[in-house]
Design a protein around this ligand. Structure first.
Ligand code: S3P
Length: 447
C-alpha cells in the first residue's frame, strides 16, 4: 500500500470550532439504498427510488445490478429508477462484480446470485478483501451454491448459484443483518419456506422491504428476544416506490459533534429512527446528551424524526451489550463522545467491530491514544476514560481505509484543544460524500 504522509493531499484536519449552528438534512440511509437497488432488480417493471445515497458503496451495488441484467437509471440527485428482471431472471455477468469497500453490497449480492443458476466473480478493495465471507458462504452452500474463495473465505471469490435453491432453516451464529439478508435473498428463489433465527435481532430493512414488494414474510419474537423470520419462496415481486430516509449512522457525526462542541445548537432533519438502528441516540441521551426528538413521523415505511441537539456535559455509562446490534457502526464516534464525558464509558460485547471496514476496536483505540485519551482495549470492547470536556487532540490518526474512523476523529478535532489530523479522508465518499461541506456549513473547521 502507498505510504501516505501526514501532509498528503488526502489528509484532512479538524480544528477547534466555536459552536455548530444551523440545520442539515442527511444523505439517504446506506442499508436501505443498497436494498432498494437489489429489490428493484428483482421486481418486474420500474421501481422508483428517491433520496438514494450516492456514496461509492451504493454506486457499486447499482453497477452490479446493471451487470446482472437490470436497467438502472439516474434521473437526478438521489432520484433513480430500476427496471428489474424478476426473481430467477438475473443474467450471468461477463465481468467481475466489484464492490469496492462495501461488505453489505458484496454479501447481499452473494445471496442474490446464490439463488440463480449463474456464475459471478466478486472482488473488492484491500479492506473488503480482508473481511470474512465464511459467514455467508456456509449457509449459502447449504442452499446449493458453490464457492471458490481465497484462503479463509476471502475475496476475490467465484460463486455458482444453485440450479434448484434449497429452502432452509438457519440459526445464525453471528448477529448480522448481512447474513440474514443474504439467506433471505437466496431463499426468494427456493421452493418452500426459508427461516433465519437470530438470538440478537438485527436491522430489519430487508424484511420490511420484501413485504412492501409483495413477498410473504413473517417475523416472530420469543419471550427471550430470539427473532425468527420466515419467507415463502418464489414470490412475484412488484415494484414499489422507495423513499430513502436520512441515515442515522451518518447523522451520528453531526450529532456527536454538536454535543461535544461548546455553544452548539443544531437541527438534523429526517433521521430514520428504526429501533434496530437508534441505539446510539438512546445511549447519548443516557449520557446526558441534550437531544430532542421532534416531529416524529413515518416516511417510506420507516419511523423518522428531526433531532435538535445542543452541547452537553456528558457522563460515562455502561453501554448494554444487548444494544450493540442497534448501534454497531456507531461505536467509533461513541468512543469520541466518551472521551469528552466525565468518567468511564464501558463498551463491551462488540467483537463484531473487529471485522468491519477496519478492526474498529484497534483503529479507535489507536486514534484515541494518539489524542491523549486513556483506555483499556479488550478483545470484545473498550473502556474509555473521559476527560470531562478537556481533550488534548493533536494526534495523527490512521484511518485504515475506514470511513467511520476518518469521520469520528474529525469530529473529535472540532472540540479538542489541538487539531486532529486523519491521514486519508477519501473513504468518507463511500457513505457520506457531503460530510466535509455539511460540517463546514454548520461552522465546523475542517481543512
Ligand atoms: C448492514 C449491516 C451491518 C452494518 C453495515 C450495514 C446492512 O453489518 O455494519 O454497515 O445494511 O445490513 P452486519 O449485519 O454484518 O453487522
Amino acid at each position: 500500500m502507498a505510504h501516505i504522509s501526514p501532509t498528503s493531499p488526502q489528509s484532512l484536519s479538524a480544528h477547534a470550532s466555536k459552536g455548530l449552528n444551523g440545520h442539515v438534512r442527511l444523505p439517504g440511509d446506506k442499508s436501505i439504498s443498497h436494498r432498494a437497488l437489489i429489490f428493484g432488480a428483482l421486481a418486474v417493471g420500474e421501481t422508483r427510488i428517491t433520496g438514494l445515497l450516492e456514496g461509492e458503496d451504493v454506486l457499486a451495488t447499482a453497477d452490479a445490478m446493471r451487470r446482472l441484467g437490470a436497467d438502472v437509471i439516474r434521473h437526478g440527485t438521489g432520484d433513480w429508477s430500476v427496471f428489474g428482471v424478476g426473481v430467477g431472471g438475473l443474467h450471468e455477468p461477463s465481468q467481475p462484480l466489484d464492490f469496492g469497500n462495501s461488505g453489505t453490497g458484496a454479501r447481499l449480492v452473494m445471496g442474490l446470485v446464490a439463488g440463480h443458476p449463474i456464475t459471478a466473480t466478486f472482488v473488492g478493495d484491500e479492506s473488503l478483501s480482508r473481511r470474512p465471507m465464511g459467514r455467508v458462504i456456509t449457509p449459502l452452500t447449504q442452499m446449493g451454491a458453490v464457492f471458490h474463495a481465497r484462503e479463509g473465505g476471502r475475496l476475490p471469490l467465484t460463486l455458482t448459484g444453485a440450479r434448484q435453491t434449497l429452502a432452509m432453516r438457519y440459526v445464525s451464529p453471528v448477529a448480522s443483518a448481512q447474513v440474514k439478508s443474504a439467506i433471505l435473498l437466496a431463499g426468494l428463489n427456493a421452493a418452500g419456506q426459508t427461516s433465519v433465527i437470530e438470538k440478537t435481532p438485527t436491522r430489519d430493512h430487508t424484511e420490511r422491504m420484501l413485504r412492501a414488494f409483495g413477498a410473504e414474510i413473517s417475523t416472530e419474537i420469543d419471550a427471550d428476544g430470539t427473532m425468527s423470520v420466515t419467507l415463502t419462496g418464489q414470490p412475484e415481486l412488484h415494484p414499489c416506490p422507495v423513499i430513502v430516509p436520512g441515515d442515522p449512522s451518518s447523522a451520528a457525526f453531526p450529532v456527536v459533534a454538536a454535543l461535544i462542541t461548546p455553544g452548539s445548537d443544531i437541527l438534523v432533519q429526517g433521521v430514520m429512527m428504526n429501533p434496530h438502528r437508534a441505539g446510539l441516540y438512546k445511549t447519548l441521551m443516557e449520557m446526558g446528551g441534550d437531544i430532542e426528538i421532534l416531529n416524529q413521523r413515518e416516511e417510506g415505511g420507516e419511523p423518522v424524526a428531526d433531532l435538535r441537539v445542543r452541547s452537553s456535559a456528558l457522563t460515562g455509562i455502561d453501554v448494554p451489550p444487548a444494544r450493540a446490534a442497534s448501534m454497531i457502526d456507531e461505536y467509533p464516534v461513541l468512543a469520541v463522545a466518551a472521551a469528552f464525558a466525565t468518567g468511564e464509558t464501558r463498551m463491551l460485547g462488540i467483537h463484531e467491530l473487529r471485522v468491519k471496514e477496519s478492526d474498529r476496536i484497534a483503529a479507535t483505540a489507536a486514534g484515541l491514544r494518539a489524542n491523549g485519551i486513556k483506555l483499556r482495549e479488550l478483545e470484545d470492547g473498550m473502556i474509555v476514560e473521559g476527560r470531562a470536556g478537556e481533550v488534548d487532540g493533536g494526534g495523527h490518526v490512521v484511518t485504515q481505509m475506514d470511513h467511520r474512523i476518518a469521520m469520528s476523529f474529525l469530529v473529535m478535532g472540532l472540540a479538542s484543544a489541538m487539531p486532529v489530523r486523519v491521514d486519508d479522508g477519501r473513504m468518507i465518499a463511500t457513505s457520506f460524500p457531503e460530510f466535509v461541506p455539511l460540517m463546514q456549513g454548520l461552522g465546523g473547521h475542517i481543512a
